[in-house]
Design a protein around this ligand. Sequence first.
Ligand code: UDP
Length: 315
Amino acid sequence: MKVLVTGGAGFIGSHLCERLLSEGHTVYCLDNLCTGKAENLERIRDHSSFHFILADVCEEVNLEVDAVAHLASPASPVDYGRLSVETMLANSLGTYRTLELARKKGARYLLASTSEVYGDPQVVPQREDYNGNVNPVGPRACYDESKRFAEAMVATYRRLYGLPIVIVRIFNTYGPRMRLEDGRVIPNFLRQAMEGKPLTIYGDGTQTRSFCYIDDMVEGLYRALWEDKAVGEVLNLGNEEEISVLDLARTVMEELGLECELVFQPLPQDDPRRRKPDIRKARELLGWEPSTPLREGLRKTVPWFREQLGLGLKR
Ligand code: UDP
């Protein structure tokens, strides 16, 4: 199959491109490199079935494709804080452009949505039929609301044109190729610990997240893209192992064999208190569930950060 992956030079996108190539597909990777990196494509850039297109997803695209996976968008609070208008456009106009392409080519369409559509959830765990609790004018709204808009548009194309779509809500994901400067909690803690700096805990650290290792996420995305039972569905993808930010800090220190100071900083506005996916639907429709526990995933991620920091390969 010929697959367009928007945001294909990003953290999740580049792993998805690799997976698609390894299964024999042709990949068109479209990215404007605003948060993605060309280095992420080092292993695949010379592959004969890989094509990189340096472009903004808001521009019109015309390619012969059988499937579109729309992942292009800044995704870390630091990035979408800095690139808020770009984020809103990638998720609105970019979604429109890629949906139009899929409609014209009769292609499958996967929208990479986010657990952020649940906002600061009042229901735990979050199931796909929970409509969320989002502040439409807060600092996270550029991301949350534009992803919600993207979902609405994708669902509309399904209703109007019968497009074979799937919406996946990606929960916190981590692993090699996250940027040092990403700003999210796992890259921050790993970097801070390795540099001998205090770990920054926002708020009192009792807020929770559930962290999914990248290989598990890519498996879920790959299945969602091709599984007929997923067509027309909204699916949570994430790890159910919920942990507080304080416990995450302890786990990171234990895994690195380091004791670090903790510094407490203000909790960002609208920071969700608890996040944990209900993945029963993905289990049932995709036969998928994550298999990498947090500690194991951290062990697989540490060498990447050591290398990025020029620290050699020792654990
Ligand atoms: N966080 C933290 N210290 C950091 C970075 C993040 O305590 O250095 C907290 C943040 O406030 C949030 C959680 O960790 O409660 C996860 O944040 P992240 O930015 O990784 O992702 P989010 O799930 O908020 O998009």
